[in-house]
Ligand binder design. Structure first.
Ligand SMILES: [Ca+2]
Length: 173
């Protein structure tokens, strides 16, 4: 007779249903969008959109995107890219920068994204530059072409980079 197997099957179904319910509960409770992405997907590059407020990123100043992650062998890796290469980002402008990443960056192994500001002078008489970041949106582009927002903040300004203080703003990923 298979009467001994029936409860077993039932309980397995029950466990499966319970697991699904718990997984759903986790999805509902987890803030942000991270849960929507399979953590083992590869991140190929970042798409960074920045809106400058009422104080520009002056010519000769530089804004760097910094990204860190844990590599497959456990090393902590940090990469950096100059976003404007000394070009002026005027008041109220929107700029989108693509940042290519090294191979084998897993979505679940991302650690931090940051913007670092370096005040520059286009002539010796200029004082230090300040820069108002009003809006930032960073999305990761995965190996299957899908895109997920991982950083989104805005304000007026959201962050004011000054020549000598508050030169770096970081977000945990
Ligand atoms: Ca400025």
């Amino acid at each position: 007779m298979n009467t001994t197997r029936t409860p077993n099957t039932y309980s397995r179904r029950f466990v499966a249903a319970l697991s699904a319910t718990l997984a759903l509960a986790m999805l509902v409770m987890t803030p942000g969008q991270a849960h929507a992405v399979d953590g083992d997907r590869l991140v190929t590059h970042l798409r960074i959109r920045i809106i400058t407020g009422s104080d520009d990123l002056r010519q000769a100043s530089n804004a760097f995107a910094e990204f860190s992650y844990t590599a497959l062998d456990g090393r902590y890796v940090s990469v950096s890219q100059n976003m404007n290469y000394g070009a002026n980002w005027p008041n109220g402008s929107t700029r989108t920068v693509e940042m290519e990443l090294p191979a084998n960056v897993l979505y679940k192994n991302m650690n931090e994204f940051a913007i670092r500001f370096q005040s520059g002078q286009s002539n010796p008489f200029e004082t230090g530059d300040n820069w108002n970041l009003n809006d930032i949106r960073v999305s990761v582009v995965l190996d299957d072409g899908t895109e997920t927002v991982v950083v989104q903040d805005s304000g007026n300004p959201y962050h004011r980079f000054k020549s000598d203080v508050n030169t770096r703003r970081a977000w945990a990923l």
